[in-house]
Design a binder for this molecule. Structure first.
Ligand code: AMP
Length: 485
């Protein structure tokens, strides 16, 4: 792996990198940093977790050092770099990282996103900042209020561009980009290069260098993927059944709309499951609280939309349910990437109803696997006395076997009846599923790449708003077929 010392970063930046504990560059860094230093536009296929923030911010900061000054005049600190992200969480995460990299420089940075009072953001902007991290909507508010002037911007980063388009930010992006000087460097990062992304790049990037570090459309082999044919009316019952069959206590449940999210969370709560909803209408504070409760094991099911879940630094959930089949096949990959940690298995259960055929064939094409639909066998419909005590063979042997097991063949379910809250009466035999969710920094159970060990050290100094990550080492190897956020 290449070392940061080959880059000849300015001492102030090199010092910050050393303090972060990074030893070697991740693949996206090794490929993107020299290109950005050379002033070229970049179109990068890389996701959160690959080290892409440093990949764009270190070379941008290096190039901006020529503007560094200690003047207190705001006029001497115009916005020179603009980083746009789709969600508050991501914007906050990226801004915190940039602050750390710029710590020994005199370059100023700040972040603006919605859901927060504009006043403190306005004060920061008026003081002058060289690096502005923002979500599009709030940035436009500040532009309209004349708090942010963008006519001296030299660098623009469109981060998680696919997600920004999914959310419908294209008109906002177009407006923002129209305020910027034509002469600039533009970097675009996206999990996938869909036709829309290519069109966006075609309009706003000049001869970009394409960099791809992980093929994002493949799923981890440790995730057991099951597709159940279920009518809409039976989905809740099916959810409880699959949880029971697998002795699962916690899961993410994905739905396609905010409204559906709130409704489902309420119904599941009525069914006796401890549930929290995570969607775009929830305040930042509510989202963080829900997440913390889930991590502490106080919440069983986190019902969420793709937008709200994106960028949440939470992985290694025992199971992910696609209560709705996602509209975008890529979202399927993102969603199930939350489970199936290195060395252990995860379960991804997708409920397919009559109208989902086209979406399922999109997923089939993307993951390049034939999807077989299974039936959920409901306990209350099964003839009594036909099954044994219902302990899963795999659970007694090796929890990883679940990756190969098919739950449709589950003569395996716990017929011991359920408690009032829809949970298995007998304790699950598998210690992995028996544990409450653990926060993800556990370097010891991942075959860590050197950068990973360094990263967990560096994260201790990061804002309380940033949740620490466990990285899948394979993400950093450009030749490995794993890539999910
Ligand atoms: P990102 O993909 O930018 O969200 O980065 C994910 C995490 O990787 C962040 O916590 C960074 O601090 C960390 N990181 C970035 N680059 C490196 C590196 N070269 N070595 C170790 N950790 C890194």
């Amino acid at each position: 792996m290449s070392s940061f010392s080959n880059l000849q970063l300015a001492p102030s930046l090199a010092r910050a990198v050393a303090e972060m504990g990074y030893e070697s560059m991740t693949p996206i860094q090794a490929q993107a940093i020299p290109v950005v230093l050379a002033g070229q536009d970049v179109m990068g296929a890389a996701q959160t977790g690959t080290g892409k923030t440093a990949a764009f911010s270190l070379p941008l900061l290096q190039r901006m050092l020529r503007h560094e000054n200690s003047s207190t005049s705001p006029a001497r600190h115009p916005v020179r770099a603009l980083v746009l992200l789709p969600t508050r969480e991501l914007a906050d995460q990226v801004a915190q990282q940039i602050k750390l990299y710029a710590k020994y420089t005199q370059l100023r940075s700040t972040v603006v996103f919605g859901g927060m009072d504009m006043k403190p953001q306005t004060l920061e902007l008026k003081r002058g900042v060289e690096v502005l991290v923002a979500t599009p909507g709030r940035l436009l508010d500040h532009i309209e209020a004349k708090n942010a002037v963008l006519n001296q911007v030299e660098y623009v980063v469109l981060d998680e561009a696919d997600r920004m388009l999914d959310i419908g930010f294209l008109p906002d992006l177009q407006r923002i980009l129209s305020y910027l000087p034509k002469q600039r460097t533009t970097l675009l990062f996206s999990a996938t290069f869909s036709p829309e992304i290519k069109r966006l790049a075609g309009s706003y990037l000049q001869d970009p260098v394409t960099i791809e570090v992980a093929r994002p459309n493949e799923t981890a082999s440790t995730v057991a993927q099951h597709f159940y044919s279920v009518s809409d009316d039976d989905k809740r019952r099916a959810l409880r059944q699959v949880l029971n069959n697998n002795g699962l206590k916690q899961a993410f449940v994905f739905v396609n709309s905010k409204l559906g999210c709130a409704r489902l969370a309420r119904s599941l709560e009525r069914d006796g499951l401890k549930t929290a909803a995570l969607h775009g209408d929830k305040s930042q504070d509510e989202r963080l609280k829900a997440l913390d409760a889930f991590k502490r094991g106080e919440v069983d099911l986190l019902v969420c939309t793709d937008v709200a879940a994106r960028g949440l630094d939470i992985k290694d959930v025992p199971a992910v349910f696609n209560f709705d089949v996602p509209f975008n096949a890529e979202d399927y990959v993102h969603r199930i990437g939350r489970t199936g940690r290195a060395g252990a298995s995860g379960l991804a259960a997708t409920f397919v109803s009559g109208s989902d055929q086209r979406l399922i064939s999109d997923i089939e094409k993307l993951i390049k696997k034939k999807i077989e639909l299974e039936a959920v066998e409901f306990e209350d419909e099964r003839p009594r006395g036909r099954f044994n005590s219902g302990r899963r063979a795999w659970a007694e042997d090796d929890p990883r076997d679940v990756a190969e097991s098919s739950s449709s063949s589950s003569a395996s379910r716990d017929s011991g009846g359920r408690g009032g809250r829809g949970r298995p009466a007998a304790p699950p035999a598998d210690p992995f599923f028996n544990k409450p969710y653990e926060p993800p920094v556990r370097a010891e159970d991942t075959p860590a790449a050197s950068w990973e060990a360094a990263q967990s050290k560096s994260l201790r100094s990061v804002s309380a708003n940033i949740k620490t990550k466990r990285k899948v080492a394979a993400l950093f190897k450009s030749d490995e077929p794993v890539g999910h956020d």
